[in-house]
Design a protein around this ligand. Structure first.
Ligand code: ZN
Ligand code: ZN
Length: 181
């Protein structure tokens, strides 16, 4: 039997998420003694990830999944929001290209936020609308790349690897919750 579809969070809950984002950024400003520009927050993420920090050119955004937030609101407020803010702060402090996505720098920021950095939320996602992914994000040292699902599947089966034409580096997969890169 199909489970009922979860309704996305409402305006009041969205406001709570924005407040939490602000408060977490304020913590970072205290901790690192410098300002961090306000960052747009979108509630347009679909699929199996709760949140995403995305950089495209000069644009930086945080995206949250309004359905997963609806199903596990308190937990996402307590962990997913600081998780994405920590990606943003680590980007501002170090540059994403220079650090591992959930490496030491990111974990230190999570500790400063007093937030859980285990990042293995084991949510039951029944009732969450899914999305078929057409592109997968990869990166090398110099830029980010998008591979079609056909190419991505080949890489996943270890049949092939692709190199960046600019820098020659082998492209590595960026976990989808983490386009964040
Ligand atoms: Zn490259
Ligand atoms: Zn992450």
């Amino acid at each position: 039997m199909a489970s009922p579809v979860i309704e996305p969070i409402n305006a009041e809950q969205q406001a709570q998420v924005l407040d939490k984002t602000q408060a977490t950024l304020a913590l970072a400003e205290q901790e690192y003694g410098r300002p961090f520009a306000a960052i747009p927050v979108l509630f347009d993420l679909r699929g199996r990830c709760s949140g995403m920090y995305r950089v495209r050119g000069r644009e930086r955004v945080m995206r949250f999944n309004p359905h997963i937030f609806a199903k596990y609101f308190d937990d996402n407020l307590a962990t997913t929001v600081p998780h994405e803010v920590a990606h943003y702060v680590s980007d501002c402090l170090y540059g994403l290209a220079k650090i591992r996505p959930h490496g030491r720098e990111w974990r230190q920021i999570m500790q400063a936020f007093n937030a859980d950095d285990s990042r293995t939320a084991d949510y039951d996602l029944s009732g969450i609308p899914t999305r078929r992914q057409r592109y997968f994000d990869y990166r090398c040292v110099c830029q980010s790349h998008r591979l079609s699902s056909r190419r991505h599947n080949k890489v996943a089966r270890r049949e092939v690897s692709y190199n960046c034409r600019q820098c020659g580096e082998v492209l590595s997969f960026v976990a989808p919750c983490q386009v964040r890169t």
